[in-house]
Design a protein around this ligand. Structure first.
Ligand SMILES: Cc1cc2nc3c(=O)[nH]c(=O)nc-3n(C[C@H](O)[C@H](O)[C@H](O)COP(=O)(O)O)c2cc1C
Length: 326
């Protein structure tokens, strides 16, 4: 529908020079240049992509999950393609929070982009320690608490599916994260995401990231073996977009906290779909595997959509959509 509206606007104003558009968005206290961020675990520490992507053009990016100690991750194979999606079981391999601060952050600081540190732990104390190390470091604009990873035996999703555990870990993280905003990344595999979202909001989350991957599996019947070293993994990519879109919509109805939507985003229309059900910004994950420039390309595509529609801001295009179809 929005595309129809875009083409109508284009037809009615052909020949006029496009004005500069403002893609900036507000996520709580944080102003981002645009609503496109690269998602955790799919963009390394950012540095791996810096020769391909102009990091300064992104709304920002979320680092790989950081843990208290370095983690070796899961056995190979860790990735497997499925129809319209991808399965992964990376098992949160990372250099550990201290090496991130001493080796990666000093290089990252020279970029003019919003860097959000994704934080992971097996216990509440783990989460707190990671945040405390990051609190002493410069160059970050916020934290994203991963309470939803399906690829580790303990922690992760266990925290994210019980409202009282969510309240405990988010409340404790909130107290430690005094310098910066705290985003909480929710699990999609819950009976009522509104309850989990409300628990995170009440415990002090500044934004909610909806959502992580879906626990899933792929096998080869010839060998009877899983296609992943960890046997099961997390499903991402276009296959999950309609399911996650509904979760964003349900979360929006339950809480006032800003939402970052992600799951299967590949085009500007996908971004606008997420914004139209209540997300303030989006993250791009699996699409970066097919095209490492996917996130930057989406910034360009979104700019073009607004220019063609003669809209100056994202709110303007959203308001127009709601007026015509609401
Ligand atoms: C290979 C891979 C690694 C990931 N690692 C993390 C991670 O470390 N922390 C996290 O919160 N999410 C992680 N995710 C989940 C993504 O950030 C994202 O929530 C999910 O893939 C859905 O978005 P997409 O369909 O655009 O990929 C990972 C996803 C993939 C594909």
């Amino acid at each position: 529908m929005l595309l129809r509206e875009v083409s109508a606007a284009e037809a009615s104003s052909r020949g006029r020079k496009p004005a500069a558009v403002d893609l900036s968005v507000q996520i709580g206290a944080l102003r981002l240049r645009n609503p496109i961020l690269a998602a955790s675990g799919t963009f390394g520490y950012g540095l791996e992509f810096a020769h391909l992507v102009d990091l300064n053009r992104l709304g920002g990016f979320v680092t790989k999950g950081l843990s208290r100690e370095p983690m070796e991750g899961a056995p190979a194979p860790r990735l497997c393609e499925t129809p319209s999606g991808m399965l992964n079981a990376v098992g949160l391999q990372n250099v550990g929070v201290r090496a991130f601060v001493s080796e990666k952050l000093p290089v990252l600081r020279k970029y003019d982009t919003a860097i959000i540190a994704n934080v992971f732990g097996y216990s509440v104390e783990d989460y707190i320690e990671v945040i405390q190390v990051l609190e002493d470091a410069e160059g970050l604009v916020g934290y994203e608490l991963n309470i939803s990873c399906p690829n580790v035996k303990k922690g992760g999703m266990q925290f994210g599916s019980d409202p009282s555990l969510v309240a405990e870990v988010v409340g404790a993280a909130r107290k430690s994260a005094s310098r910066r905003p705290l985003w909480v990344k929710l699990s999609p595999l819950v009976a009522n995401i509104g309850l989990i979202a409300s628990a995170a909001e009440e415990a002090g989350a500044d934004a909610l990231t909806v959502a992580n991957t879906y626990p899933a599996m792929a096998v080869d019947f010839r060998t009877g073996k899983s296609r992943l070293g960890s046997k099961t993994g997390g499903l991402s990519g276009p296959a999950i977009k309609p399911i996650t879109l509904r979760l964003v919509w349900e979360t929006r109805r339950a809480v006032k906290t800003p939402i970052l939507g992600l799951g299967g985003i590949e085009t500007a229309e996908d971004v606008l779909d997420y914004l139209s059900v209540g997300a303030s910004a989006v993250q791009v994950g699996t699409a970066s595997f097919a095209d490492p420039r996917a996130s930057e390309r989406l910034v360009e595509a979104l700019t073009k959509v607004l220019e063609r529609a003669k809209a100056f801001t994202l709110n303007e295009i959203k308001d127009r959509f709601l007026t015509e179809n609401g």
